[in-house]
Design a binder for this molecule. Sequence first.
Ligand SMILES: Cc1cc2nc3c(=O)[nH]c(=O)nc-3n(C[C@H](O)[C@H](O)[C@H](O)COP(=O)(O)O)c2cc1C
Length: 348
Amino acid sequence: MNSGTSNTSNRKKEHLELCATNKVSFKTKTNGFENYEFKHYTITEVDLNKISFKYKFFGKKINFPFLISCMTGGTDEANNINAQLASVAENLRIPIGVGSQRQALENKNYLDSFKIIRKNAPGVPVLSNIGAAQVVQFKSIDPIKKIIEMVEADAFVIHTNPLQELLQDEGEIDFKGLLKKIKMIVNNLKIPVVVKEVGAGISYEAAKKLLDVGVKGIDVAGAGGTSWAGIEILRSKKSEDNYFWDWGLPAAFCIKDVYKLKKKYKFTLIGSGGIGTGLDAAKAFALGADIVASARPVLMNLNEGGNEQTEAFVKNIFNEVKQIMFLTGSKSLKELRNKKLIKKKLLT
Ligand SMILES: Cc1cc2nc3c(=O)[nH]c(=O)nc-3n(C[C@H](O)[C@H](O)[C@H](O)COP(=O)(O)O)c2cc1C
């Protein structure tokens, strides 16, 4: 994902290899969606055929509010993965994020593994990406402009990953001045800035500070899906019996918490962290997400069944969301957001 200077490509390779296994989930923590159930509405009059998911994401029209989360770039394997993911994004007309472009600034060898995304996805929003650990080191806006141009990005994403950096042998944990740097970036870019986590979640308090400096998108990337602490623990070959493996705020909690800020701020709320089914996605929308995002579940589908299976995976999610909208009497995602969930403990 980031950090260190000499071995970024190897690290990326190891991340991809580990993410292709089932070892990198949270041990016991879940993303929290299972704590909710939809309120069945028996006199529904919703016409399934009239439900549309079309949405405008950072200025561009998309068919489904589903973002292929920032994943990879900067390894030989990434070329192929990004080429395929970008074709899926273009075919479905959905946005796609690029993996950390740090390496593209250090070394020209893998530039194409990033550029292929815009090449194969010319008509959809593409999100540029770099880590907070790099952001604090930049002395000017120039490297950021360079990576944005590289993929003709529609939005610029900064990933905050203090937990991952903390557990990574080569991690960088000096984030002094981060918020000020983010403010400088917001003020010097023409495109919106999004801040995302990588699986430990963004709280109300953190999101508020980010929105105060002008950030236009928050991707909560909550706990319960991929454990990046787990990945780094496995890479370091240390004992798996580590409290931090399951550290983080569950995705459902983050979406609900950050959504409260919609009363005061205008921003796009991206719900993510272990979203792999239509039921998860529907609950994320019902809790307040404008759009959902998914990383490892998308990669697993790509690994298993290529573009075709990956496209089917996304379409199935939205078929299921449609069915849930029908059964809850919701004509739109806005209506689904209106008191359609019940906390399970209240059902007895
Ligand atoms: C193989 C892989 C590589 C990733 N690399 C990046 C990255 O470079 N930058 C980033 O912001 N997030 C990266 N992530 C994190 C995801 O974007 C996402 O926030 C996180 O995995 C939680 O989502 P999930 O539970 O759907 O996997 C990566 C995820 C995966 C699976």
